[in-house]
Ligand binder design. Structure first.
Ligand SMILES: Nc1ncnc2c1ncn2[C@@H]1O[C@H](COP(=O)(O)OP(=O)(O)OP(=O)(O)O)[C@@H](O)[C@H]1O
Ligand SMILES: [Mg+2]
Length: 357
């Protein structure tokens, strides 16, 4: 990602202190230069320019026109800031301290990777032990392999922690419990930096043990999801089979929901109930996985459930043992699971290639 950090131009110590404090609150790193002459290429590349009234006043010539210039002053009674704003072609004039909350929002948004929220692929099991987490992990790994900033969001509080499936249970960083009382917007860059990163994948999962949270308010899920979507190119969510409010919210926003069903009669029957919860989702498809002890094929199950078939995956015989060894499913790019995951990532990200990075 090129350096598009917000640019602060001022040599007014008091104003600089204020702006650095607001940047810290918003969780956004900024570049600081004392005057426009020192800004050089940053004037064009920065996502937002916060131009101090002192620096604007010292400009002899009009700077090149660009969007996202905010003239910042700290004296409401000084009418000249408005004239200066016009002179430098500022999009906004902000006077502190009144404009603090607005500036925090601007700084926080400037730290986002994307202007548009990233697409979500959600995965849910048609029955217990269907292979949903395995598919979610393979998708996330495929996202990283494709060079996309990828977040794996574990929305199943009773799944035992998806970090285990990634062999990354020792990775440090925040877990869901830390988000319990969150309300409103989370700065995406700050959240990404605070979450565990496992082989290039940002992971939001649950704590294990006595102190681990097993549910969090839907508004906290929403805030974390929103920040994840602003800070990544793709979000993969592992859903619980029974959707709580937070998981429902994720499913409804997902560009694609994959229902994983073993090729067995009873699994297909259970999946019908799971699918009933997904009526509000725009695109729900089926992944049928082997073995098929009774010879049921994917098309038959898809037909019975009234869903399009995304893939039939053969049983990977070594998978259970590989998990025990700490190997990551879908890590071998040639396996059918990995190939399906790569195709799906390509399809979903191709529709929304709006990353500003
Ligand atoms: N493609 C596959 N081929 C063979 N075995 C598989 C496959 N996918 C999953 N399994 C087996 O099923 C087990 C459960 O897989 P997984 O944890 O992905 O399912 P799940 O649907 O997420 O389960 P849960 O209901 O616990 O959330 C794995 O440990 C593995 O042994
Ligand atoms: Mg699971």
């Amino acid at each position: 990602m090129p350096d598009t950090r917000p640019l602060v131009i001022t040599s007014d110590g008091e104003l600089l202190d204020d702006l650095l404090r607001l940047a810290a609150v918003s969780g956004t790193d900024v570049d600081v230069v004392p005057d426009a002459g020192a800004a050089r290429g940053l004037w064009r590349s920065a996502r937002v320019v916060l131009l101090g009234s002192d620096a604007a006043g010292g400009m002899r010539t009009r700077p090149p026109r660009r969007r996202g210039v905010v003239l910042v002053g700290h004296d409401l009674d000084d009418g000249s800031v408005w004239e200066l704003g016009v002179h430098v072609g500022a999009e906004h004039v902000a006077v502190l301290p009144d404009a603090e909350a607005w500036l925090i929002d601007i700084l926080s948004a400037a730290g986002d990777r994307r202007l548009e929220p990233a697409p979500i692929i959600a995965v849910i099991g048609g029955r217990g032990g269907a292979g949903a987490t395995t598919v979610a992990v393979a998708l996330a790994v495929a996202g990283v392999r494709a060079g996309r900033a990828t977040m794996l969001l574990d929305a199943d509080p009773l799944g035992g922690g998806i970090d285990l499936a990634l062999g990354g249970e020792g990775a440090s960083g925040l877990r869901w419990g830390a988000f319990d009382s969150v309300q409103g917007r989370i700065a995406s860059a700050a959240m990404t930096g605070a979450l565990p990163s496992i082989d290039g994948l940002t992971v939001l999962t649950w704590e294990r043990g006595d102190t681990g949270a097993t549910s969090i308010p839907a508004q906290a899920t929403e805030a974390a999801l929103d920040a994840g979507r602003r800070g990544h190119d793709i979000v993969v969510a592992d859903l619980p089979r029974s959707l709580d409010l937070g998981a429902q919210l994720i499913a409804e926003q997902a560009a694609l929901v994959l229902v994983v069903v073993p090729a067995e009669l009873r699994a297909a029957a259970a999946a019908a109930n799971v699918c009933n919860q997904l009526r509000g989702c725009p695109d729900v498809r089926l992944v049928v996985r082997g073995p098929s002890p009774g010879g049921l094929d994917g098309w038959l199950i898809a037909d019975a459930l009234g869903l399009p078939l995304a893939a039939t995956l053969r049983a990977e015989s070594g998978l259970a043992a590989a998990y025990e060894r700490g190997e990551v499913p879908g890590a071998r790019a040639r396996s059918p699971l990995a190939q399906f995951a790569s195709r799906t990532i390509d399809e979903v990200t191709a529709v929304t290639r709006r990353s500003v990075a």
